[in-house]
Design a protein around this ligand. Structure first.
Ligand code: SF4
Ligand code: SF4
Ligand code: SF4
Length: 338
């Protein structure tokens, strides 16, 4: 029989080069994974996806074993390191699998983690390797998805990951890290977390709102995690153009939304250079009168309009329409061309 594997009694066809994991998931058969990261080369380090293959003397990892004519049964191996004080509690892949497969840890609380000091000096990311399960997803995310190559895996003589290091084992802030946060999003446990939101909210407390990042024209799709009307975290959505990835601005640049320093009312500049608060009606009337006056006195081409990458496409479109159709000038430009 060619190009057929039998998974738990189900005959499934496969394409050359497909892994057991890919064939099974295409057929809707779930094989649990931890270290597997979509779009990157498999490592098989966590061994959560091990399956029994007929005729093979040992268990194989479904994520890195190519499908071949064979039969196998799934087995699950997982450890239970999840605890209620973990910052990822409720949003942890390890905890999810432990619940789903009813895995119980056999180590007493307090002996579960290697005591490693947390790295808190970075601007956006806390690294807590006491919680690291050494799956290597962060390194795949950094090196193969974002291609920043800021972190690597140290391995022992058996090829097992012993530590994740940045540069020559430095804090991220002293390495080539650009703080895109891809590693944080890929971490399946609470070993890498966003500094600003650690312990400030629980995943179950937030409402997720899908929107478009407005920092630049790429238009990355993002999800805002909102608690009590405040954005507490941003994650990428796995659709084009970004397929889940974000840059530092899209992922971490949201503090301005709830900033106390943000202008909420228009300010009118007085003759002496001071500003005073005004109503929108007053401010818009004043701007309209001034623009009209300049246009009438010295012509529309004496006016220029600059728009911004911080605005949405729709707002930029409106600005262009206003400039050309209302002001009657083609003097419209955008900060991206500076
Ligand atoms: S934040 Fe980005 S660049 Fe820095 S280690 Fe993580 S993935 Fe690499
Ligand atoms: S930091 Fe997270 S993603 Fe990286 S190896 Fe540890 S558990 Fe895996
Ligand atoms: S996340 Fe970064 S690249 Fe994507 S739209 Fe926002 S600013 Fe642009």
């Amino acid at each position: 029989m060619e190009n057929i594997i039998v998974v738990n009694g189900n005959e499934l066809s496969f394409e050359q080069g497909e892994t057991i994991l890919e064939v099974a998931s295409r057929a809707g058969i779930e094989i649990p994974t931890l270290c597997h990261l979509k779009g990157t080369t498999p490592t098989g380090t966590c061994r959560v996806c091990v399956v029994e293959v007929e005729g093979k003397g040992e268990l194989v990892t479904a994520c890195s074993t190519k499908a071949a004519w064979t039969k196998f049964q799934m087995e699950v191996q997982a450890d239970d390191d999840a605890d209620e004080l973990c910052p990822a509690w409720g949003d942890c892949r390890l905890q999810e699998l432990a619940y789903q497969y009813q895995v119980t840890g056999d180590r007493p609380v307090g002996e579960r983690w290697d005591p490693v000091p947390m790295e808190t000096v970075n601007p956006f990311i806390i690294r807590d390797f006491s919680r690291c399960i050494r799956c290597g997803r962060c390194v795949k995310a950094c090196n193969e998805v974002q291609v920043n190559k800021a972190i690597t895996c140290l391995e022992d003589s058996n090829g097992r990951i012993t530590k994740i290091v940045a540069g020559n084992d430095k804090p991220l802030v002293e390495s080539d890290c650009v703080f895109c946060g891809e590693c944080v999003q890929a971490c399946p446990v609470g070993a890498l977390v966003e500094k600003d939101s650690r312990y400030k909210w629980r995943p179950r407390e937030v409402k997720r709102v899908r929107t478009t990042c407005s920092y630049c024209g790429v238009g990355c799709q993002i999800e805002l995690h909102v608690k009590d009307g405040r954005v507490v975290k941003v994650t990428g959505v796995d659709v084009p153009p970004n397929n889940g990835s974000l840059c530092v601005k899209g992922r971490f640049g949201y503090a301005f939304i709830g900033s106390e320093e943000r202008l909420t009312k228009p300010l009118i500049k007085e003759q002496d250079g001071s500003f005073r608060e005004a109503t929108w009606d007053e401010a818009i009337k004043l701007v309209a009168e001034r623009l009209y006056g300049i246009k009438e006195a010295v012509g529309p081409d004496s006016i220029g309009v600059f728009t911004s990458a911080r605005m949405t496409n729709e707002e930029n479109y409106l600005a262009h329409k206003f400039t050309r159709a209302v002001l009657k000038t083609n003097n419209i430009d955008h900060c991206a061309r500076l």
